[in-house]
Design a protein around this ligand. Structure first.
Ligand code: FE2
Ligand code: FE2
Length: 194
């Protein structure tokens, strides 16, 4: 799905269903990180006008997701905490630093490519929750998030192609997708979005 090379382990669905509070709490922080990553890219690369326009809009949308997840946690009586470690995203960023493509735009290409893969994995997990969450309103909500994160994947991939060229960007997406699949395989199956 969406550039990913390995599907989520089927046992993840039961892990998620058995502790939805934990899934939602991780989700809250994923949305916050998505918004802050987008604004950080805008701050670092203001010379790319399509990037500025689209990622500032994306940050706005991710903040609406923050509000939605927060409301769900509140309704469930769950008290959110500051974020814990994020082994998935941390490992993926680290894996991208091994051989960042040369040139001034190499680091930007990697940040956009890592962004695309993180969005793709969120999207895949939302598709599982769209099908398996316990209530109809939740399934409908995850269906909307699935659509939204698929669009975000396409946005990051298209920005990477625009900035680095189609063939360079696609090759890098393939390379990092291999590493993403390896990282996922090594992580324990747990009630998290990543
Ligand atoms: Fe989001
Ligand atoms: Fe997103």
């Amino acid at each position: 799905m969406l550039g990913l090379l390995a599907p989520t382990h089927p046992d993840w669905i039961d892990a998620a269903r058995s502790d939805l509070d934990a899934v939602l709490h991780d989700h809250l922080h994923c949305e916050l990180k998505a918004a802050s990553n987008a604004t950080a890219l805008v701050a670092r690369y203001p010379m790319f006008s399509r990037l500025v326009r689209t990622l500032s809009e994306l940050a706005r949308e991710e903040l609406t997701h923050v509000q939605q997840v927060y409301a769900e946690l509140e309704a469930r009586g769950f008290n959110p905490r500051p974020p814990g470690e994020d082994p998935y995203a941390g490992a993926l960023r680290k894996a991208s630093l091994v051989d960042t493509p040369h040139g001034d735009l190499g680091p930007l290409l990697d940040r956009l490519t890592v962004g695309a893969l993180i969005e793709a994995r969120s999207c895949e997990r939302f598709s599982l929750l769209r099908d398996h969450a316990p209530t109809e309103p939740m399934r409908a909500w995850y269906g909307q998030l699935f659509i939204s994160e698929a669009q975000h994947y396409r946005l990051f991939a298209s920005l990477a192609e625009e900035i680095a060229g189609e063939s360079v960007a696609r090759k890098r997406l393939q390379e990092l997708a291999v590493r993403e699949a390896e990282i996922l395989k090594k992580l324990p199956i747990s009630p998290r979005i990543h």
